[in-house]
Design a protein around this ligand. Structure first.
Ligand SMILES: Nc1nc2c(ncn2[C@@H]2O[C@H](COP(=O)(O)OP(=O)(O)O)[C@@H](O)[C@H]2O)c(=O)[nH]1
Ligand SMILES: [Mg+2]
Length: 254
């Protein structure tokens, strides 16, 4: 069994990618289970096999702890940790080839509180794991947005220390030229530096350049795979990257 967590900023396309990639894997005859860890989800584009909302309901948290919706979401993110055992046994009972885990809408509630890394390590603790980090296309079209996302993805890696695959999500929403340019930035630091020089000025230029250099000096690489959950573009490449990490390049099942 392989466990894949989908993570990214609010609205970056985690839930829709979870849904589309699960469908894609099912067509490729893989047995997939979807776990939703978003207690605040009102509507999901898939039917979860395991749903945190069966354990934690935002309305109940608001009432029990006298909290508004934001406070309840933060507390709910912490309460998820208590359910790691129950969710693990639900997953074990299903015993799929691949588990796709859709994480809470607001990334910081998962990545930057104690419960997220705890959950990632405690869910099916002996199974190989990977994380898909989404770079939202719409926010990466200029070097400033791209570099800040680069930093966020490094911060996520720093929190989880789980092999990470990087996706340029919703790539159908920007032009093929823009997709190509952003992928080029991710593959060639020199090209990114050049765009920073051309497009940014003053403090923004200086800070962006030093931030990206710091990342590359650390040896972190964030090669982006353009993917659309609407058109399924890039699913093959995403799957290949995950198979390489999780199964040494083999299929998930034999
Ligand atoms: N065009 C397009 N829209 C997308 C794609 N993925 C997500 N969306 C839309 O972006 C919005 C946020 O997506 P969602 O999956 O809920 O993001 P999440 O908050 O990260 O789970 C929704 O309106 C989706 O329909 C995509 O690949 N292409
Ligand atoms: Mg979502």
């Amino acid at each position: 069994m392989f466990i894949i967590f989908v993570i990214g900023t609010a609205g970056s396309g985690k839930s829709l990618l979870t849904s589309a990639f699960a469908e894609w894997l099912r067509l490729a005859k893989q047995d997939v289970a979807i776990v939703s860890l978003d207690p605040g989800a009102v509507r999901l584009p898939y039917t979860p096999d395991v749903d945190i909302r069966d354990y934690i309901r935002i309305e109940d948290v608001m009432e029990e702890y006298h909290l508004g919706p934001n406070g309840a979401l933060i507390l709910a993110a912490d309460l998820i940790a208590d359910e790691a055992g129950s969710i693990s046994s639900e997953i074990e009972d299903l015993n799929p080839d691949v588990v796709l885990v859709d994480t809470p809408g607001q990334m910081e509630l998962f990545a930057f509180r104690a419960s997220g890394p705890y959950i990632v390590h405690e869910l099916a603790p002996r199974e190989p794991k990977a994380l898909i980090y989404l770079f939202d296309s719409v926010f990466c079209s200029n070097p400033l947005g791209y570099v800040s996302n680069l930093f966020l993805s490094a911060a996520v890696y720093h929190r989880f220390f789980v092999p990470q695959v990087h996706v340029l999500s919703k790539c159908d929403l920007i032009s093929p030229e823009d997709v190509h340019r952003i992928v080029d930035w991710s593959a060639k630091p020199k090209v990114l530096e050049q765009s920073i020089e051309e497009k940014l000025e003053d403090a923004k230029r200086l800070l962006s350049r030093n931030m990206m250099r710091a990342i590359y000096q650390l040896g972190l690489r964030f090669l982006l795979i353009p993917v659309s959950a609407k058109t399924n573009e890039g699913m093959i490449n995403l799957n290949t990257a995950l198979e390489r990490i999780l199964a040494g390049g083999d299929k998930y099942t034999y």
